[in-house]
Design a protein around this ligand. Structure first.
Ligand SMILES: [Zn+2]
Length: 59
């Protein structure tokens, strides 16, 4: 199994697994070699965009 973000072999790490909820069921959403890759993946995929109702970088 490889890191969803950087592609490293997770056998060398203590991986972080992420699940999401789809139609009421928990499904795998990715595996990461550490929280840094998870955080970078979230930024890359813009998963946090739209999470806040009214957020502006100018405020
Ligand atoms: Zn990684």
């Amino acid at each position: 199994m490889e890191c969803t973000y950087c592609g490293s072999d997770l056998a060398h790490y203590d991986p972080v697994f992420v699940e999401k909820t789809a139609d009421g069921e928990r499904v795998p959403a990715g595996a990461f070699c550490n929280y840094a890759c998870l955080d970078a993946h979230i930024d890359d995929a813009e998963l946090t965009y739209g999470a806040a109702c009214q957020w502006s970088p100018d405020e």
